[in-house]
Design a protein around this ligand. Structure first.
Ligand code: RB5
Length: 156
């Protein structure tokens, strides 16, 4: 599985730390880690960062994304504007796991000013391990897609 990461300046340190942690996984659990930046903690705006990651994940079936800003709110709002992305803001492992099992989220959003490194790692681990349950959730996820099309003025 390929995992894309990005952040703004407020999420930079946590993004760097999560990327290093993912790269240090044992060989049997290895992931391909793609850090989309930024490369420094210089101020940058979260909307374009989140959109670039959303494009990467939407164009790479089966991949996952991790977005970090101060609260996780800005990046989640931005990424969810992408019609093919479901981005979940989670502050704990339970929510992150359910975001996969029930919502089929491909992108996990974290708030670096909200969660510490340990909680963020647990949330990310849960997000990467859990699969979509489908069944009754599949119709609801399809409805999310239809809402996106309706919002864009297309057929729903
Ligand atoms: C940056 O100060 C902060 O506003 C941003 O990282 C994020 O929390 C926005 O939602």
């Amino acid at each position: 599985m390929r995992v894309y990461l990005s952040s703004d300046h407020a999420g930079f340190a946590l993004k760097e730390s999560l990327a290093a942690w993912l790269r240090a996984r044992p060989a049997e659990e290895a992931l391909e880690v793609v850090d989309l930046g930024p490369a420094t903690a210089a101020p940058c705006d979260y909307p374009e960062r989140a959109w670039a990651l959303a494009e990467a994940v939407a164009g790479d079936e089966g991949s996952r994304g991790v977005l970090v800003c101060g609260t996780g709110l800005g990046v989640s709002m931005a990424a969810n504007r992408h019609p093919r992305i479901r981005a979940a803001l989670a502050h704990d492992a339970f929510t992150a796991e359910l975001a996969r099992r029930h919502n089929d989220a491909q992108v996990l959003c974290l708030g670096a000013r909200v969660v510490g490194e340990g909680v963020a790692r647990h949330a990310l681990e849960a997000f990467l391990r859990a699969g979509f349950e489908g069944g009754r959730h599949a119709a609801r996820v399809a409805q999310l897609g239809a809402l996106g099309a309706r919002g864009a003025g297309g057929e729903a």
